[in-house]
Design a protein around this ligand. Structure first.
Ligand code: AMP
Length: 446
């Protein structure tokens, strides 16, 4: 199968040739003809599957071939994404695909001045990538009109709900024309997402591609148990021992990111951090420098790192386990891409045993434990397995400790680095508010 047989026009084929895309990925093979035919879409796919091209290519083709010229302050296609970085990334991909088409594309997001965005929107934009909050600001200030809108894309819809954008989505939805095409992409399909899909989509085609980063058999995953307060020390120890060159590290909180970066920099290690409190320009610079290998260790919160496409990353470290088990899949998906091998190491303390158990249940695997001598935790992390069981050993009657000598049996689990692991429902769910949309009857596109 080629992109030409999927019905893409010559200017797009030329762009793809320049980019070196030869064969459509499974999500592209399914999505492109459906979008060109005007269908609504409900697609289970995440970053790394080629989903961006899956919706952007046919969208650009429809914009180039159909519909009126865009008028002042109007937008003809809207791609909603959860984070600023993703807005930049998706827009950059769109810009490259649209290289040979006479279309105007643009990205708007918060954290930067709104005025240049208002100026840019004055002459109208064919395709706009936006985060929900800034889009609403622009709409409320009359910098944007939706009367010409023909297609809406919700990218990483699950993440938008996780981030609390349900209200914004409901408000945006109310402002959009009822007759339009809607494409919904989500890594997971929880009840909330299904509800959203039911309200927003019209007879959608369902597409499911196995999540690349779970199915990938190229990511070696293991954990090291450690006491919470010794995590920074263990990190530095592992880094030196393993001679780590480039690492993406995930920490739970913004403060956690800052503290680790400060500690590493204090040791003369080339580290930087990204999280939601940092100005957008600083975040982007840190990310660009990391991608260019000018920064060795990038520490990030999930919000800042979601969906980022970083090529050839050898190692991901979970300094803290994620609160939402699905984020584990996203995190480790930053490595082992495009056939290369990768490693994902999690530093786990006793407090995190339930999070560990939820991850093992979701990914249906028991993560191998590989403890470091000298870092054996005082607060033991109870054994866990993929059934969601946390095995709490009965407390022994107190007796004076002779030594720390590791007599106890340790569950070494089993290596799971082979494919066919499909995510099950997470056992820990974030609290989400789901919007109630007012869905009037909608006409299908001809
Ligand atoms: P995405 O899942 O959209 O974030 O894409 C992941 C990566 O795959 C990006 O770097 C794309 O440029 C690349 N990519 C997408 N589709 C193809 C394709 N058909 N052939 C080669 N690379 C692709």
């Amino acid at each position: 199968m080629t992109f030409a047989t999927l019905g893409l026009i010559e200017p797009l084929l030329r762009s793809l040739e320049t980019l070196g895309y030869q064969t459509p990925t499974p999500v592209q093979a399914q999505a492109i003809p459906a979008v060109l035919a005007g269908r609504d879409l409900m697609a289970a796919a995440q970053t790394g599957t080629g989903k961006t091209a899956g919706f952007a290519l046919p969208l650009l083709q429809l914009l180039a071939l159909e519909g009126p010229k865009v008028t002042a302050n109007s937008v003809r296609a809207l791609i909603l994404v959860p984070t600023r970085e993703l807005a930049e990334q998706v827009h950059e991909a769109v810009r490259q695909y649209a290289e040979n088409l006479p279309l105007r594309t643009y990205a708007v997001y918060g954290g930067v001045s709104i005025n240049p965005q208002m100026m840019k929107l004055r002459s109208g934009v064919d395709l706009l990538v936006a985060t929900p909050g800034r889009l609403l600001d622009l709409f409320r200030q009359n910098a944007l009109k939706f009367n010409q809108l023909q297609t809406l894309v919700l990218d990483e819809a699950d993440r938008m709900l996780d981030l609390g954008f349900s209200e914004e989505l409901a408000n945006i939805y109310r402002a959009l024309p009822k007759k339009r095409q809607t494409l919904l992409f989500s890594a997971t399909f929880s009840d909330d997402i299904r509800l959203l899909a039911g309200q927003m989509l019209n007879d959608p085609l369902s597409i499911e591609v196995s999540p690349r980063n779970v199915a990938a058999n190229t990511v070696k995953q293991w954990i090291v148990t450690v006491d919470k307060k010794r995590k920074p020390e263990l990190f530095v120890h592992l880094m030196r021992k393993g001679k780590w060159k480039q690492v993406l590290v995930f920490a739970k909180t913004r403060n956690g990111v800052d503290a680790l970066v400060e500690k590493l920099q204090g040791l003369g290690i080339n580290a930087d951090g990204i999280h939601g409190d940092k100005p957008q320009a600083t975040r982007q610079r840190a990310l660009d420098r990391f991608k260019a290998s000018e920064v060795q260790i990038l520490v990030a919160t999930d919000v800042a790192a979601r969906g980022l496409d970083i090529e050839d990353l050898p190692l991901v470290v979970n300094f803290d386990l994620p609160i939402v088990a699905e984020d584990y899949i996203h995190r480790i998906g930053r490595t082992g891409r495009a056939g290369s091998t990768g490693e994902a190491i999690s530093l786990v303390c006793a407090d995190e045993v339930n999070l560990l158990s939820a991850i093992e249940m979701l990914t249906r695997q028991t993560l191998k434990r590989q403890n470091e001598p000298d870092f054996e935790p005082e607060h033991r992390v109870p054994d866990t397995d993929a059934s969601g069981q946390v095995v709490k050993k009965p407390k022994k009657p107190k007796k004076p400790k002779a030594s720390g000598g590791g007599g106890g049996k340790r569950n070494l689990g089993k290596w799971v680095d082979s494919g066919e692991v499909a995510p099950a429902e997470p056992s820990i769910k974030p609290v989400r508010k789901v919007p109630v949309f007012n869905t009037g009857p909608r006409k299908r596109k001809p």
